[in-house]
Design a protein around this ligand. Structure first.
Ligand code: SF4
Length: 368
């Protein structure tokens, strides 16, 4: 019996051409780390993100030049761009007029009612959504006092305050994020806000760290929430190339069987029965299939005796030892060949795989 996740039915919004919330697929997003005003560098990074499957990208808007650069960037990329605004409401106005598909801001640090109204009115005119991003590190003083420091309850109270304010301006094109660098607090805050509003949620653990801690914290925080049906778009936060964030985002969705995107690699940890260089074989195959968006379960197993049985769910698999390689499908051996051809045979078989052959991507490029 497949594990069934009952996803909460939130009110969908449009970020450019991407629907977030409702029944739409959970969108994977990231953020550039180039200087936004450096248009060639930012466009080049967004192209790499698009190739990795990124569906929405956020750019920092620290000054007027960055806000104006959005119009040049947008001409060269195809995914929606969110402008990340802090403190200066004029940058929000400039980013919207430059063509941003959405804003991410914390109304608490934008200024008084007049300034917030100016931003909301402009977003309404251009019909773009606003993400209210509450961060544990920037809660209002009165909330910190009330809850005796940072707490999930305080984060939710802050978010509800901002939601009510923006809704009172007759603006409903909103999504919410509630980020903390602590997994427990993040999860608790999202659970609580999800029980109070049907607005779509952008889920992530902020400042999660480098590769290992970032992947562990993001997978746990995002994964726990998605498994409970909470979350409409995700951003993995890593102190790394943002392309890695997108890859990890899809791995989380694949691990929970929420979205299938690209190869799902099943490989054994090896043991005393393994007589092939499995680490190297897996690395070569992962590299070769890195940009393939077609969903396929590929098994790469360390021994002929147990491999096919242990990876029955794979669409295609290989195993080897004692000079012989085998190819199996759904646990059944269908071909034997010399062991040195393991990688070659598997990649040729992936190429033949129906989904792959019929995919748009396959028509555009070659596997190797
Ligand atoms: S597939 Fe074979 S080599 Fe790999 S862990 Fe299982 S028994 Fe060991």
């Amino acid at each position: 019996m497949p594990f069934l996740i009952r996803r909460k039915n939130t009110c969908p919004i449009k970020v450019g051409n991407v629907t977030v919330g409702g029944n739409a697929p959970i969108a994977v997003q990231s953020m550039t780390n180039t200087f936004t005003q450096d248009v060639p560098a930012t466009v080049s990074q967004i192209h790499r993100l698009e190739t990795a499957g990124c569906e929405i990208v956020r750019v920092a808007v620290p000054d007027q030049e960055a806000a104006e650069a959005i119009s040049s960037i947008k001409k060269k990329v195809s995914i929606p761009i969110i402008a990340d605004i802090h403190f200066d409401y004029r940058l929000a106005l400039a980013a919207i007029k430059s063509g941003a598909d959405g804003l991410r801001l914390n109304p608490g640090n934008i200024g008084g009612h007049k300034k917030i109204k100016a931003v909301v009115d402009c977003a309404k005119t251009f019909n773009i959504p606003i993400r209210i991003g509450v961060n544990a590190g920037s809660l209002e003083k009165d909330i910190l006092k009330k809850y005796n420091g940072v707490s999930a309850e305080g984060m939710v109270e802050s978010a509800m305050r901002h939601i009510d304010l923006i809704k009172s301006l007759d603006f409903h094109n909103i999504k919410i994020s509630m980020k903390a660098s602590d997994v427990h607090r993040t999860v608790e805050a999202y659970r609580l806000i999800s029980s109070k509003t049907d607005l779509p949620l952008h889920v992530g653990v902020t400042e999660a760290g480098g590769l290992y801690s970032g992947i562990a914290k993001s997978s746990l925080g995002i994964g726990m929430l998605l498994a409970e049906g909470i979350g409409d778009t995700i951003r993995v936060s890593l102190t790394r190339d943002p392309v890695e964030e997108v890859r990890v985002g899809y791995e989380i969705l694949k691990a929970l069987d929420i979205r299938r995107y690209g190869p799902d690699i099943i490989s054994c940890p090896t043991c005393g029965r393994c007589k092939i260089d499995l680490f190297n074989i897996v690395e070569r195959i992962e590299k070769a299939l890195l940009l393939n968006p077609v969903p396929i379960k590929v098994a790469i197993m360390g021994c002929i005796v147990n491999g096919p049985g242990e990876a029955k769910e794979a669409d295609i698999g290989i195993a080897g030892g004692d000079g012989t390689g085998i190819l199996f499908k759904k646990g059944k051996v269908i071909k034997k060949f010399p062991e040195e051809k393991l990688v070659e045979v598997l990649l040729a078989e992936v190429e033949k795989f129906d989904n792959y052959r019929n995919s748009e991507w396959a028509n555009k490029t070659k596997l190797r």
